[in-house]
Design a protein around this ligand. Structure first.
Ligand SMILES: *[C@@H]1O[C@H](CO)[C@@H](O)[C@H](O)[C@H]1NC(C)=O
Ligand SMILES: *[C@@H]1O[C@H](CO)[C@@H](O)[C@H](O)[C@H]1NC(C)=O
Ligand SMILES: *[C@@H]1O[C@H](CO)[C@@H](O)[C@H](O)[C@H]1NC(C)=O
Ligand SMILES: *[C@@H]1O[C@H](CO)[C@@H](O)[C@H](O)[C@H]1NC(C)=O
Ligand SMILES: *[C@@H]1O[C@H](CO)[C@@H](O)[C@H](O)[C@H]1NC(C)=O
Ligand SMILES: *[C@@H]1O[C@H](CO)[C@@H](O)[C@H](O)[C@H]1NC(C)=O
Ligand SMILES: *[C@@H]1O[C@H](CO)[C@@H](O)[C@H](O)[C@H]1NC(C)=O
Length: 487
């Protein structure tokens, strides 16, 4: 609106200036005013066109400009759209007047030329406006943090993700790679489609830093950057063609009868990105430099040993169950499973003693959890919460989760995760929710989310969490996935 005001005052100014000099050259006042109006409009159109061209006209760079935090917010967009529509309307009015003027035999050549020019500009403006509207339609979220997937965008814009990135290694990675013989491969695809998480486009700078390496050389020690990208949704990350860094000296891990309950050799971990520089530091009560939710997880003897095999004395207020108790629900049936937790793999270590194979999904929050699990002789699964589980439907006997999905998690995300767990659990499989905690006032909603699964309840316990002034509650349950016959 401001924009139009400026223009109209400019128009008036021009009119005043020019009245005396130009009046004589034109036969009628009508034509004079009309041409001046057209000129002013041309100016405004040119200015507007320039403005628009930055946002939605030119090539691929503008395509992704909406990913940029500097992009005008929804309000500004609206103002711009209103302005553009006004300009379009004015040009249309002017064109109508021009058409009338053409019928007047006294009209000059300039009138025709300007009519043609105006019509041209009008077409461009309208197409710009419609493409802008389209992109706004995609943009239902908040202006400042909206993401445009390049593959969802349309027309004028290239649908090649490779065109968005400058670094050649990313471009090479995301490009579709046709099969060498030009035929379908044994998987039924005629090309390979390597993919990256769509949020990678919003983290262009970090991703390009991550992909800045020399092919065939040693990679930077940048797993932390990689994890940051993954946690923020750039997941999957592109692969790289450099050799990952390793600890300087890797000593042979302990044999399995020892490794399960012994702190590993410090030399087998790259410590540069952690505050602690050895396992003793992580295990020590006094430093607390690991991950706050798992401050004691590296203290194997005192903290980890008793978990799931013995209960604390005050067992009236516990949300803990014993492994023997849970396996007793389905004797001989539980063989494989997933532990979706934060921890050092103690659950998997214990389950191993019961001849159950557990993979432990965790990422490295402030401590080398994956390295620790692997050095204990267990299987770490490096997985963020953003990812669909890499298991097929109806395959696992057990899913156990603790200290990970707690009262911070969004309800909608929790539902997506629960349905994903349900997908990979086999009928008759067990879901063990272990000490889920949340604020008292949220408890009802969270319980509703778990009830939504309609599983058979083997155990269902809600107890107050005693360390936080009764503000929080613990919830534990063991639930069984029902059979779902085809219909
Ligand atoms: C959306 O953005 C406005 C300001 O632009 C902010 O006040 C509001 O909290 C945001 N909403 C969400 C859901 O992020
Ligand atoms: C792959 O197959 C699709 C149809 O299934 C076809 O449109 C496409 O051109 C093929 N691509 C290559 C590289 O042959
Ligand atoms: C582990 O097993 C090896 C050989 O099987 C044995 O020599 C060693 O004593 C065992 N260690 C422990 C702590 O039991
Ligand atoms: C584990 O914790 C106990 C006390 O809770 C402490 O005495 C012991 O030293 C810790 N273990 C290690 C390896 O620091
Ligand atoms: C270690 O932690 C336990 C409980 O986590 C506590 O009882 C004990 O006093 C702590 N020891 C030291 C030395 O801080
Ligand atoms: C636990 O509950 C039982 C009965 O409900 C009671 O007899 C016992 O004293 C309680 N124990 C504690 C430590 O509160
Ligand atoms: C685990 O398997 C071994 C060898 O098959 C067997 O000796 C052991 O009793 C089993 N342990 C349990 C808890 O079932």
């Amino acid at each position: 609106m401001k924009f139009l005001n400026i223009l109209s005052s400019k128009e008036k100014g021009m009119a005043k200036q020019n009245v005396n000099t130009k009046l004589k050259r034109w036969r009628s006042v009508y034509y004079f005013i009309f041409i001046l109006g057209a000129l002013a409009l041309l100016l405004s159109v040119a200015a507007m066109f320039k403005f628009l061209s930055f946002k939605s006209f030119l090539g691929t760079e503008s395509l992704y400009s909406n990913l940029n935090p500097e992009v005008p917010n929804e309000n500004q967009n609206k103002v711009m759209m209103v302005t553009v529509e006004l300009v379009i309307q004015k040009i249309e009015e002017e064109l109508n007047k021009l058409r009338e003027a053409k019928q007047d035999p006294s009209s000059s050549q300039t009138v025709f030329q300007q009519g043609a020019f105006l019509a041209d500009i009008l077409g461009l403006l309208e197409s710009a406006a419609s493409s802008h509207q389209h992109s706004e339609g995609n943009n239902k979220q908040n202006g400042s943090f909206t993401i445009h997937h390049p593959l969802v965008s349309k027309k004028k814009q290239s649908d090649e993700p490779a065109d968005y990135f400058l670094r050649e290694e990313i471009r090479k990675y995301v490009r579709i790679k046709p099969n060498r013989l030009g035929k379908q491969n044994f998987m039924g695809a005629n090309a390979s489609f390597t993919s990256i998480g769509h949020t990678c486009f919003a983290m262009k700078e970090e991703l390009e830093e991550y992909m800045d390496y020399d092919v065939g050389e040693i990679c930077n020690d940048d797993w932390k950057l990689a994890q940051k990208l993954m946690v923020h949704g750039c997941d999957p990350l592109p692969r790289r063609r450099c050799f990952s860094r390793a600890p300087k000296l890797y000593s042979q891990p302990f044999p399995i009868n020892e490794s399960l309950w012994k702190l590993p050799d410090d030399r087998n971990v790259r410590w540069s990105q952690y505050r602690c520089k050895n396992f003793a530091c992580l295990a020590s009560n006094t430093t607390r430099k690991g991950f706050f939710k798992c401050a004691d997880c590296f203290n194997l003897t005192n903290h980890e040993m008793p978990r799931w095999v013995s209960l604390e004395a005050d067992s009236n207020y516990t949300a803990d169950f014993l492994i023997s108790e849970i396996l007793g629900i389905k004797p001989e049936e539980i063989r494989i499973g997933l532990d979706y937790s934060v921890g050092t793999g103690t659950f998997a270590a214990r389950m191993r003693e019961f001849n159950v194979t557990i993979v432990s999904a965790t990422i490295n929050f402030g401590a080398p959890f994956n390295e620790m699990i692997a050095l204990r002789g267990l299987v770490p699964l490096y997985l963020t919460i953003n990812q669909r589980l890499p298991f097929f439907d109806n395959t696992l006997d057990l899913i156990h989760t603790t200290r990970f999905l707690d009262g911070w998690i969004d309800f909608v995300l929790l539902e997506f995760i629960l349905y994903d767990w349900d997908r990979v659990l086999r009928p008759g499989g067990l879901l063990w929710i272990d000490s889920f905690f949340c604020l008292k006032e949220d408890l009802y909603d969270y319980l509703k989310a778990f009830k939504m699964l309609r599983y058979k309840k083997h155990k269902w316990v809600v107890v107050p969490k005693l360390d936080k002034d009764d503000q929080e509650m613990f919830f534990s349950a063991v639930l069984e996935k029902p059979p779902r016959p085809f219909r």
